[in-house]
Design a protein around this ligand. Structure first.
Ligand code: ZN
Length: 259
């Protein structure tokens, strides 16, 4: 009897620990620091990969867009190429998790980015929650951007984004790596959906500006536990994170060249 009880408790403990691991995400830096121009962090790609096999972010000096998938950190650069980031490269802002989806949605109806987000908003149980999202699909069209490496003294991200490179891909297949963060995460993360793209051949990528999907499968993982680490440097310490940067963020997230 005692041994059976003990066994049940152990099984329960095991279940809880697996569950706790699967709902956990790690974030490095804050979006407001990035918007303010704090473009350097001390967390390496190797350290980030230890925190999860799935994520998005950027690299020091805003040198391209990060797509962390299946344990490999890719860098979509402003020259249009996609490379694997070196383990000692560093990031000022990134989010990562060990991706274990619990919700799967398959759709064969074409949709735009806005329509995709509206559909997901209907499907998600908790719009005040965090989600990691992975979408495999066929893209009729997708526009991405990447920013070239910046030099000190750094400008704000909104200023820098005016010089971003925009890439338009058509009839391609690949995946979207994303997080959805709730409205209360303003200042800390990007409220709403934040999508990065990587093509199946790993040659196209970037931060998503617009898209038209032909068909897709979305895998979703609710997150209930966010572990935050902040850069231990003067740039972060001196960045002005007291002002409301919501308008700047909207500009940066959707900005197209020349806007
Ligand atoms: Zn992005």
């Amino acid at each position: 009897m005692l041994s059976r009880l003990l066994c049940s408790l152990l099984l329960l403990a095991g279940t809880v620990s697996v569950h706790a691991e699967s709902i956990h995400a790690f974030q490095y830096g804050t979006i407001d620091a990035l918007l303010a121009g704090a473009f350097e962090g001390d967390l390496t790609v190797k350290e980030l990969e230890y925190k999860g096999d799935f994520g998005i972010g950027t690299y020091n000096r805003i040198d391209g867009e990060m797509i962390l998938v299946d344990g490999v950190a890719y860098k979509a650069k402003s020259d249009g190429t996609v490379v694997v980031a070196g383990p000692s490269e560093q990031t000022p802002f990134a989010v990562a998790t060990t991706f274990k989806p619990t919700i799967i949605i398959t759709e064969n109806t074409p949709c735009t980015l806005k329509e995709l987000e509206q559909l997901l908003d209907v499907k998600l149980a908790n719009l005040n929650g965090f989600y990691a999202i992975r979408l495999h699909g066929k893209f009729k069209q997708i526009s991405t951007r990447a920013i070239s490496p910046q030099d000190k003294p750094y400008k704000t991200l909104a200023e820098v984004a005016k010089t971003q490179s925009v890439f338009n891909f058509s009839d391609t297949s690949g995946e979207l790596i994303a997080f959805r963060s709730p409205p209360f995460s303003k200042g800390f993360n990007v409220p709403g959906y934040h999508w990065h793209f990587l093509s199946t051949d790993k040659k196209q990528g970037g931060h998503v500006l617009s898209l038209t999907l032909e068909n897709y499968t979305v895998s979703i993982m609710p997150l209930f536990d966010i572990d935050l680490k902040i850069p231990n440097n003067a740039l972060f310490a001196n960045s002005n994170q007291t002002i409301d940067r919501a308008v700047e963020l909207k500009t940066v997230e959707s900005a197209r060249k020349g806007d």
